[in-house]
Ligand binder design. Sequence first.
Ligand code: ATP
Length: 255
Amino acid sequence: MNNVAILKAENLSKAFGGIKAVQNARIEVPTGSITGLIGPNGAGKTTFFNLLSNFLKPDLGTVQLMGVPIQGKPPHAIAQLGMVRTFQVPRVLSRLSVLENMLLAAQGQIGEKFWNAWFQATKIAEQERQNREKARHILESIGMIHMAGNYAGSLSGGQRKLLEIGRALMSDPKLILLDEPAAGVNPALIEEICGHIQQWNQSGLSFLIIEHNMDVIMSLCDRVWVLAEGRYLADGTPEEVCCNPQVLEAYLGSG
Ligand code: ATP
């Protein structure tokens, strides 16, 4: 981890009618870190993710990825710049196979125009071969290669989460935003997912993770940011944040 922020957002705000879901919130994710984002139910974490990844347009605020402003850019353009995300409820395509789900994530990389149609066809075939090889390699690394031909709809909730992370890896990201990777996942698979996250982090990938499971936050994260009622509340090491009286009060008050 170094001190340069791979992702930096300031003054992000979003209201839904009268509900101020996110108000002047900010975050900095150090390059190479595993950073956590926590807060009580309804604190605005998922809305904040949606604003960071431009799945929702902010009312106000700026987001920079590696120093480049990304607000207003569509999610596929943000993915090409190096940031991808997963969802609280995994968005896998149930009627496609696990491998097909992976290959779909690679589409969009074939966008270049070529004058020579034959050359283009050859190039696309080569790209497809490489994508297939990469998909199989990722599935192997997450222990899902034996399921490559299975319908994604036949996977358990935890396996879908893992597939979604695998799919995110298809675009060779620098930063992955994970929305509750442990929610609804059995303890053995949570441990497996955490192990993969640590391995990918050691090979240079940064993460921003929303998670309610504090064991996961404590074991994975270098730094943690806290949102409460849509606002920035605190940040620090997991230990600092967990014994911060304001944070404890926000959690107790929300119950
Ligand atoms: P949880 O931990 O329970 O998933 P969260 O911290 O992710 O919650 P959000 O889902 O971002 O919180 O919700 C923040 C607030 O914004 C809540 O009051 C929620 O009801 C509201 N909200 C979120 N999305 C919408 C929407 N599309 N329309 C209206 N209100 C919304």
